[in-house]
Design a protein around this ligand. Structure first.
Ligand SMILES: [Zn+2]
Length: 476
């Protein structure tokens, strides 16, 4: 029988063998707290400038060109070779690399995030008249709670390809003097029938239509005269005609800037933090890197929110093509076999958010295995639904390695699952990169109100995620 321990001995035992969850704010020195606020401010600007995947690509490109990255598809002989490269894929995905001192075949350190977010896409024939108003039809993209998008200011961001093939970028609803759009909802007085419907049925996708104008063009005999007014304005401002909207990708997103939340300004509220929080912090991390040992790669994919499909999602050939380009410029063997060798020897973080415990909905989380905002970056061993279905489920050996790197670099981290078993679930891009044979685990900060138009993150977690990604790129 064990001997009874005295108070001191129990304390020592606890210290030695129990894992203590640390709140980042308790751990940071004053100087680091200030740094967390500075990074938080930069992050808010990134969110404001990158509300769509295309805008994210151009914002990232702007940042990296200043830091000496060269376009791997257009290398100029006159420019000094800095060993820093980028590749843009169909304007909606981008990859960065800093060549390391070790040969490529020893593998890469890859951080892969996604830069698409749930939103309302405009349909291809969007504008129509109804009860003497102009309206715009949308088709929602990704997992949303439809009622989140009603009765709030929305902006239109997107790209239109006109007849001659040139691209016109559209942004309406962000400048102070711009109009915004909105989706109207039923007043409470007449909502008796709506109120007793199931939430999943009360709001229909086909009713997510934007209010877009009320002044007619022409007289009462003119057909579609409210739609005509909208098109007239679009034509005046952007020189586009109705048919151009068919070759367009226009997204209705929440209008307005990211904001500090809370009296102490410690939180950030804004649209698209899943997953631009990981895109931003991995970008910051690679920009702060000196010459790494293993080649450092950050990938920013599109289409994660609809299953990573399409030629810009993680299921595309983008990563392979980029790595093949890196082999090529290094005059290395570019055979499929050596490409596979590089990928199989690589280590990756699938940089995506987890769902932080919501104070008012604790019942859907299992608190011992849920992430909480303010407790640092979250290692998510697996995602999936109903018994880990569809999960990548990282190896214990690899998690041990990541844990060691984080501990050695003073990174505050936690682990979490996505909610209680069988209450729901989700997936990330981890499994698509895992199929190359590389080690990969999901790793990103938790956010509140995930997939809503105003997600919330903690500046302490933004800071820790940056530190974690930098440590991974340097030390893995
Ligand atoms: Zn995500």
């Amino acid at each position: 029988m064990d001997k009874k321990l005295n108070k001191k001995e129990v304390e020592n035992l606890e210290k030695r063998i129990l894992r203590k969850q640390v709140l980042v704010w308790d751990h940071l020195l004053q100087k680091e707290k200030e740094e967390a606020f500075v990074i938080g401010n930069r992050y808010k600007t990134f969110l404001d400038n990158a509300k769509t995947e295309r805008e994210a690509v151009s914002e990232i490109t702007k940042c990296i060109i200043k830091e000496g990255f060269s376009d791997i598809d257009n290398l100029s002989k006159s420019k000094k070779n800095t060993g820093k490269y980028y590749k843009i894929f169909h304007n909606k995905a981008i990859a960065l690399a800093i060549i390391g001192t070790k040969p490529l075949k020893e593998g890469l350190n890859i951080i892969a995030s996604h830069i698409d977010s749930p939103r309302l896409d405009l349909k291809q024939n969007p504008i129509y008249d109804d009860i003497s108003l102009a309206l715009i039809k949308t088709h929602y993209y990704g997992g949303i709670k439809k009622y989140h998008w009603l009765v709030r200011p929305l902006a239109l961001h997107g790209r239109v390809i006109i007849k001659n093939g040139s691209a016109i970028d559209i942004k309406i609803g962000e400048a102070e003097t711009d109009p915004v759009f909105m989706i109207s909802d039923l007043l409470p007085h007449l909502a008796a029938k709506q109120n007793i419907k199931k939430l999943s049925e009360a709001f229909e996708g086909e009713k997510l239509n934007l209010l877009a104008g009320s002044i007619p063009t022409g007289d009462t005999k003119t057909k579609n005269r409210f739609k005509l007014t909208v098109l007239k304005h679009l034509n005046k401002q952007y020189k586009i005609i109705e048919e151009d909207l068919i070759s367009a990708e226009i997204e209705a997103v929440p209008a307005g800037k990211a904001r500090d939340v809370g009296m102490d300004k410690s939180l950030i509220g804004g649209y698209g933090q899943d997953d631009r929080i990981c895109a931003f912090t991995s970008l910051e991390a690679i920009l702060k890197l000196d010459k790494p040992e293993r080649t450092a790669v950050t990938m920013f994919f599109d289409k994660e929110e609809i299953g990573s499909e399409g030629n810009t999602g993680a299921k595309s050939q983008f990563l392979e093509q980029f790595v093949s380009d890196l082999q090529n410029i290094q005059k290395k063997d570019t055979s499929q076999r050596s490409l596979r060798e590089i990928l199989i020897n690589s280590s990756a973080l699938s940089a995506d958010v987890n769902a932080g415990i919501e104070p008012d909905y604790k019942d859907v989380y299992e608190e011992n295995n849920a992430a909480a905002i303010g407790y640092g970056i979250c290692i998510t061993k697996f995602t999936g639904v109903k018994g880990k279905s569809g999960a990548s489920d990282a190896n214990a050996e690899y998690i041990a390695k990541i844990r060691e790197i984080f501990n050695n670099n003073n990174v505050i981290w936690q682990t979490g699952e996505l909610g209680k078993i069988d209450v729901g679930g989700g997936g990330t891009i981890a499994k698509y990169l895992a199929s190359y044979g590389m080690d990969i685990v999901d790793c990103g900060p938790p956010v509140l109100s995930m997939h809503s138009p105003f997600e919330v993150s903690n500046k302490a977690d933004v800071y820790m995620t940056f530190k974690a990604y930098k440590a991974f790129l340097e030390d893995c």
